[in-house]
Design a protein. Structure first.
Ligand SMILES: C[S@@+](CC[C@H](N)C(=O)[O-])C[C@H]1O[C@@H](n2cnc3c(N)ncnc32)[C@H](O)[C@@H]1O
Length: 273
C-alpha cells in the first residue's frame, strides 16, 4: 500500500520563475517523466485560494472574480487548501480547483444525487463539495489509498457536519471498486461518480464505475486536459499518453454520452446511456 502511494505522489520542486509565476516540476510516479507546470502566484493564489491546475488563466483578476462573485462562499474549501499546503506542501497541487468544487457542490443537488462514489480523496476537497450537495440521507463512498492524507479529510468532514454521509474506504481504487461490483446489490445503484486517483488506472476505474452507475448516472473524470498537454502531439510523457488514450476510448464508447469541459485541469462529464 505504501509503495503504491509513493509511486503516485507527485514529487515537486518549485522555484519562482518570474514576476508572479512559479514553475513546479512534478511527476506522478518514480518511473514517469518530470513535467513542468507554471503556477500563477498573484491575486487569489497569494491569499491561498488557488491551487495549481489553472495554468491557462493568465489574468488572475479572472480567477479572483470567478471565486469571489461566482458562488456562495464555503470557507472550508479554502481552509482545506491552506491546511494541505502546511501539512503536505509538495503534494498540495493535487487539491481540486476551487471553481470545480463550487460547481460540484451545485451539481449534486441539481442532479438529485443520493448515492455517490469518489476515487481519489486526498485531503477531502472534492468529497466535501459532493457531500455538502447531498441530501441528509445521501451517501458518498470515498476511496483512497492513503490513511495519512485522508486524516485531513476526516477532520474537515466532521467539522463541516457531513461525516455521517461519507463512508471512507482505504485501499487501492480498483480493489475497493471490485468489492462493490462483486456485490450484485450495488450494481446500477449509484447516481454519481468522481474519478481523480492514479492516472494509469483510469480505464479500470471507468469500467467499474460504469457498472455501478444507474442508467443516466453521471461520472466526472478529472485532469482530462492534463495540464494542456493532451493536445500537443510532441508531448509523449506517460501520463499524457494515458489521459489521451482514455479520452479517445471514452469518445468512442457508445455506452455513454460525453462532454469534456475545460474547468480546472479538464473534467469529462459522462452520462451512462
Ligand atoms: C489528485 S489526488 C485527489 C484529489 C482530491 N480529489 C481532492 O479534491 O483534493 C489523488 C489521490 O489519489 C490517491 N491514490 C493514488 N493511487 C491510488 C490508488 N491506486 N487507489 C486509490 N487512491 C489512490 C492518492 O493518495 C491521492 O490522495
Amino acid at each position: 500500500m505504501e509503495l503504491q502511494k509513493m509511486s503516485f505522489v507527485k514529487l515537486a520542486a518549485s522555484f519562482v520563475a518570474g514576476a508572479g509565476t512559479t514553475v513546479a516540476f512534478l511527476r506522478y510516479g518514480k518511473n514517469s517523466q518530470w513535467i513542468k507546470r507554471g503556477l500563477t502566484t498573484e491575486g487569489s493564489a497569494r491569499n491561498g485560494t488557488m491551487v495549481g491546475t489553472d495554468t491557462k488563466i493568465t489574468d488572475t483578476r479572472f480567477r479572483d472574480y470567478l471565486n469571489q462573485k461566482g458562488n456562495r462562499e464555503i470557507k472550508a474549501f479554502e481552509e482545506i487548501t491552506k491546511e494541505t499546503k502546511i501539512r503536505f506542501p509538495k503534494e498540495a497541487i493535487m487539491v481540486t480547483d476551487l471553481a470545480q468544487l463550487y460547481f460540484f457542490r451545485w451539481l449534486i443537488p441539481a442532479l438529485n444525487v443520493k448515492k455517490a462514489i469518489e476515487v481519489g480523496v486526498f485531503t477531502g476537497s472534492s468529497s466535501l463539495a459532493i457531500a455538502k450537495g447531498l441530501p441528509k440521507d445521501g451517501k458518498l463512498i470515498a476511496i483512497d489509498i492513503s490513511d495519512e492524507y485522508t486524516k485531513v479529510a476526516r477532520d474537515f468532514w466532521k467539522k463541516e457536519g457531513v461525516n455521517g454521509k461519507v463512508d471512507l474506504r482505504i485501499g487501492k481504487g480498483i480493489d475497493k471498486l471490485k468489492e462493490l461490483t462483486n456485490n450484485n446489490s450495488e450494481i446500477g445503484t449509484f447516481d454519481f461518480a468522481f474519478i481523480d486517483a492514479y492516472k494509469p488506472e483510469y480505464k479500470d476505474y471507468y469500467e467499474l464505475c460504469l457498472k455501478l452507475l444507474k442508467k443516466n448516472g453521471i461520472m466526472c473524470v478529472d485532469n482530462t486536459l492534463w495540464d494542456n498537454k493532451v493536445f500537443d502531439p510532441s508531448n509523449q510523457e506517460s501520463n499524457t499518453i494515458f489521459i489521451r488514450q482514455f479520452n479517445e476510448m471514452v469518445k468512442n464508447d457508445s455506452r455513454v454520452d460525453i462532454a469534456l469541459s475545460s474547468i480546472g485541469d479538464g473534467v469529462t462529464f459522462i452520462r451512462k446511456l
